[in-house]
Each structure stands twice: as C-alpha cells, then as structure tokens.
Design a protein around this ligand. Structure first.
Ligand code: SF4
Length: 91
C-alpha cells in the first residue's frame, strides 16, 4: 500500500479540513471562494511551489486557478503577485 506523506507546510494550510470540492470545482464562484481562502493562507508559496513542481493541471493551488497557471508561467506565478491580483479582484 502506498501512503502519500503529508508535508509539514500542509498542517498549516488554511484549507485544512475544508471540502476539497471547493478547490476542484469548474465553477467560477467556487474558485472565488477557494482563492479567498488561499489569500489568507500562511503557506501559499509552498502550496504553489508544490503544484508547479508536480505540474498540477486541475484545481486552485496557492491562489491560482488552472488558467492562471497556464497563462502565467512558473517564473511569474509568484504568490506576491497573486496576492496583489486577488486583492485587486476583491476590491
Ligand atoms: S494556498 Fe490555498 S490550496 Fe494551498 S494550502 Fe493554502 S488554502 Fe490550501
């Protein structure tokens, strides 16, 4: 049996215990809720780095949607830019 280990940073995730469906919904409203959670997450950088290193295609990771990661290559998909984008989108 293969057991996937949990990274230390995941224990600090703002989404810990939440319904994962929120983060993997094709619905823009759900993605907005997920991104709002990510915006206050203390491990957003680690989450995005992990998603990018694994080439995650689906879901919201580190405050980015699928299309954000496709449109914004890893070099530019940094949490500091995402936080600004998210704050601007919520204004
Ligand atoms: S950045 Fe978002 S998806 Fe990643 S651990 Fe934090 S709350 Fe969860």
């Amino acid at each position: 049996m293969i057991v996937e280990s949990i990274h230390d940073w995941q224990t600090q995730a703002a989404c810990r215990g939440m319904d994962p469906a929120i983060f993997f919904s094709p619905d823009d409203d759900a993605a907005g809720v997920a991104r709002a959670v990510c915006s206050i997450c203390p491990v957003k950088a680690e989450c995005l780095s992990e998603a990018m290193s694994r080439g995650e295609v689906y879901g919201v990771w580190g405050g980015t949607r699928e299309r954000d990661r496709r449109a914004d290559p890893p070099r530019r998909a940094r949490p500091d830019r995402i936080a600004t984008t998210t704050a601007a989108a919520q204004a």
